[in-house]
Design a binder for this molecule. Structure first.
Ligand SMILES: Nc1ncnc2c1ncn2[C@@H]1O[C@H](COP(=O)(O)OP(=O)(O)O)[C@@H](O)[C@H]1O
Ligand SMILES: [Mg+2]
Length: 138
């Protein structure tokens, strides 16, 4: 399905709504060019999950884990694969351990870069830049 967003706020609100359908054990892979809105989308998800902290993009730390208290979701794991040189980098920091945990929801920016280590169950959301708007394919 497609959602057309004409502002950062619309993307954030869409992600907030999208988060309501998510459960623990899921992996959401975000794809799209630099500046498409993957981090904006992730922030919207965190708002929907009741995470109060203003999430910083984990570009420099690869992975951040936030506590969540939403039904069976106890952790939101935010991974940014932008700077990853090898999937070994992620394996080394234990990212894979979250992929099969029913209490964790994993959101991955630049997920296409680490496709080889993602389980088949991963769902992808692609954001395309179209002039000043964004097309969110989900
Ligand atoms: N419709 C939109 N949805 C999301 N972001 C938008 C939109 N229109 C403009 N922007 C801007 O695009 C940028 C998206 O940044 P970011 O989420 O960090 O991208 P990414 O993580 O995909 O590299 C922000 O500066 C945001 O304000
Ligand atoms: Mg980003």
């Amino acid at each position: 399905m497609k959602f057309f967003s004409t502002s950062e706020k619309q993307t954030s609100n869409f992600a907030k709504k999208f988060s309501k359908k998510l459960t623990g054990g899921q992996i959401i892979g975000l794809t799209g060019n630099l500046g498409a809105g993957k981090t904006v989308f992730t922030k919207g998800l965190t708002l929907g999950l009741g995470i109060k902290k203003n999430i910083a993009s984990p570009t420099f730390v690869l992975m951040k884990v936030y506590p969540v208290n939403k039904h069976q979701i106890k952790f939101l794991v935010h991974i940014d694969a932008y700077r990853i040189k090898s999937t070994d980098d992620l394996i080394a920091i234990g990212a894979e351990e979250y992929f099969n945990r029913s209490d964790s929801l994993v959101v991955i920016e630049w997920a296409d870069k680490i496709k080889t280590i993602l389980p088949k169950k991963a769902k992808f959301v692609n954001i395309t830049i179209d002039k000043a708007s964004r097309i969110i394919n989900y």
